[in-house]
Design a binder for this molecule. Structure first.
Ligand code: EPU
Length: 443
């Protein structure tokens, strides 16, 4: 795929309900981490249900730079990773991946175990807030790593075997919890992590590590205990389905008045989303192979919504659903408590005819960490509003998909710029749009 200007623009003719079937594969927020876990094994690992998305390609490239052989397995979507000869990579080669994703930071623990040192370039990922990595480095220091911050990135060293420790996260960060898991499994002794994130993708990563030989227990109070072991084997694992992509298509069905069967979508990981979907007035049927999402006709209901860590309403579900809320009758309130700047995408929706007002206060829910810090992190959406096609520039992954939904729901034609960013997390989205009857074309 090229990134030339024309290739990066999509013309969307709105007004057609999306109807049909699509399939989602493994979760973007699990698969790259399970690939990093393969570095810890003494033998090959097989990961199944791997989507062809940019984040997977970035991690594959980084693994290969470190001597891991990565090849396709017999099954479609299967990757076989052999880490028997892990070696140091050249800083310049690793640096070529700077800014591409946030996953490289998770290489720290496994590389410290395998090589005694690691280099982490500047990170990428979506611009939805400051996205600091202070928790990650605090955690690694506790295990005994030495960290030297230089202009081109972070240089890490483990002078001796990393040691299990007690850690309390200031916030249940997904990435920092994964950092602890990937480091503690081969550290010496017990690690006790409190205030951990417990997202389904984390549970699935724990399953991967347990298959490799790790000893990990999870309590109901966000405590995870890991007993370090001396040796881990490879694993065979089928990645859990992408509940974030599934919800994006569900919101697309609602906003366009459509009907989409999302094959692969799983109810268990989507319970919180499904409850909200039903309150808004969306209909869904859980089938053996997936979930069918549809607009049942008639008006949609306004709601009060607060994003939170799992089992709360996932922040990545928020942006696509807000587009559907522009079609609901009355005032909906959205309080974003995970990222301080994940509502900026609404400005473009307003230019299309939506009526969304942002607030610095914590509206409609529990006061959060952003309330007194001057961030526009609450929104009031008044609806229903007719959306008109417009000129849209994609700001981040989920915001970008939301613009696609808005353009598909709008009257007239939209030009959506920066479309390639969607390939970071949505496999074959152009083909899926085509299959659902969307009128989209490259100019
Ligand atoms: N945070 C810190 N310091 C840190 C780490 C996090 O202050 O060192 C803060 C963040 O700034 C944020 C909050 O903690 O306000 C939560 O961040 P978290 O670490 O949980 O997020 P992440 O691991 O960077 C993953 C997903 C995100 C998803 C979040 C929350 C991946 C690659 N990314 O990010 O997914 O929103 O967890 O569930 O797994 C997406 O898929 O579009 C996406 C952004």
């Amino acid at each position: 795929m090229t990134d030339t200007d024309t290739d990066d623009v999509l013309l969307v003719r709105g007004g057609t309900p999306l109807e049909g079937e699509i399939t989602v594969r493994g979760a973007k927020n699990l698969v790259p981490k399970a690939m990093v876990a393969a570095l810890l094994g003494s033998g090959p690992s097989r990961l199944r249900n791997v989507p062809d998305i940019r984040d997977v390609r970035v991690v594959r490239g980084l693994l290969q730079l470190h001597g891991v052989t990565v090849r396709a397995g017999e099954e479609d979507g299967e990757l076989v990773m052999d880490p028997s000869r892990v070696e140091s990579a050249h800083v310049a080669d690793i640096d070529a991946h700077a800014g591409s994703s946030r996953i490289p930071i998770l290489f720290c623990g496994p590389l410290l175990h395998r090589l005694g040192h690691a280099f982490i370039p500047g990170l990428g990922g979506c611009d939805i807030g400051g996205r600091p990595v202070d928790f990650h480095f605090d955690v690694l220091r506790k295990f005994g790593a030495r960290i030297d911050k230089r202009a081109d990135g972070q240089y890490l060293e483990a002078p001796q075997r990393l040691q299990g420790c007690k850690i309390r996260l200031p916030y249940p960060s997904v990435g920092a919890t994964e950092q602890v898991l990937l480091t503690a499994v081969l550290a010496e002794g017990l690690t006790e992590l409190t205030n951990a994130a417990v997202e389904p993708e984390i549970e699935d990563l724990i399953c991967v590590l347990q298959k490799m030989g790790a000893i990990i227990s999870m309590d109901t109070d966000r405590t995870i205990r890991i007993t370090g072991v001396d040796h881990l084997d490879g694993y065979t694992h089928r990645a859990l389905p992408d509940r974030l992509e599934s919800a994006s298509w569900a919101s697309a069905a609602l906003a366009t008045g459509g009907d989409i069967l999302v094959r692969g979508a799983a109810q268990r990981e989507m319970m919180t989303f499904l409850n909200v979907y039903r309150k808004v007035g969306g209909a869904f049927e859980v089938t053996d192979g997936g979930i069918r999402f549809r607009h049942p006709g008639g008006p949609l209901n306004s709601i009060a919504l607060e994003t939170d860590v799992h089992p709360g309403f996932q922040t990545d579900w928020q942006q696509p659903l807000v587009v559907a809320l522009t079609q609901a009758t009355g005032l909906s309130i959205v309080h974003e408590t995970v990222y301080e700047s994940r509502l900026g995408f609404t400005e473009a929706l307003n230019q299309m005819g939506a009526r969304i007002q942002l607030y610095r206060e914590c509206l409609g829910g529990t006061p959060c960490r952003f309330g007194r810090r001057n961030f526009l992190h609450s929104a009031v959406v008044s609806g229903p509003t007719r959306l008109q096609g417009g000129e849209l520039v994609i700001p981040d992954l989920r915001g970008g998909f939301s613009y696609l939904i808005a353009a598909l729901a709008a009257e007239g034609t939209s030009r959506v710029h920066g479309i390639d960013l969607i390939n970071r997390g949505y496999e074959n989205f152009m083909e899926k749009l085509g299959r659902l009857g969307a009128k989209v074309e490259r100019p």
